[in-house]
Design a protein around this ligand. Structure first.
Ligand SMILES: Nc1ncnc2c1ncn2[C@@H]1O[C@H](COP(=O)(O)OP(=O)(O)OP(=O)(O)O)[C@@H](O)[C@H]1O
Length: 142
């Protein structure tokens, strides 16, 4: 074998294994599912997302409003997946208590909080009036 073949190319890095085109998608889906399975907060976020989509359809919000809701929800879900990744990584490299491990976990959790507060504001702005009107009509008040 020639030395370039052994070393994997001009960069000297070992050759990468060929992957199926959807291989990365498969791993990514596993990451999302693992987050849903292991994180109680993620289950709550998913339920909230389903409720918000249902409310958006029920109240026939505009396409732009629907886009704002979906974007806000997506940010929360993505932040929770990243938070899970940070937690796993911190537990791997620093199983013992360490101030930097604490900072990393607190910041990752803080990112979820920031996204969740933003999503709640978007939800209130887009759906607040309709939800209030529905609650009033259910309560029998004008
Ligand atoms: N290795 C560590 N060193 C220092 N502080 C840590 C460490 N691990 C966790 N902590 C602190 O404990 C808090 C809770 O950590 P934990 O790993 O239980 O995550 P969590 O916030 O409970 O996540 P979740 O409930 O979403 O799984 C962290 O936010 C951090 O402040």
């Amino acid at each position: 074998m020639r030395s370039r073949e052994r070393s994997g190319g001009p960069s000297g890095k070992p050759p990468r294994r060929r992957r199926a085109p959807v291989g990365g998608f498969d791993h990514a889906t596993r990451g999302v599912l693992a987050t849903v399975r292991t994180q109680r907060n993620m289950k709550f976020h998913v339920l909230a997302a389903v409720a918000v989509v249902a409310a958006g359809l029920l109240f026939r919000v505009s396409a732009l409003e629907f886009a704002a809701l979906v974007l806000a929800m997506t940010l929360v879900l993505a932040a929770e997946v990243l938070n899970t990744a940070v937690e796993a990584l911190v537990d791997l490299v620093s199983p013992e208590p360490h101030p930097l491990a604490k900072l990393a976990k607190d910041c990752a959790a803080g990112a979820v909080l920031v996204c969740a507060v933003g999503a709640a504001v978007v939800g209130l702005l887009v759906l607040g009036d309709d939800v209030l009107a529905l609650a009033r009509s259910v309560a029998g008040r004008p």
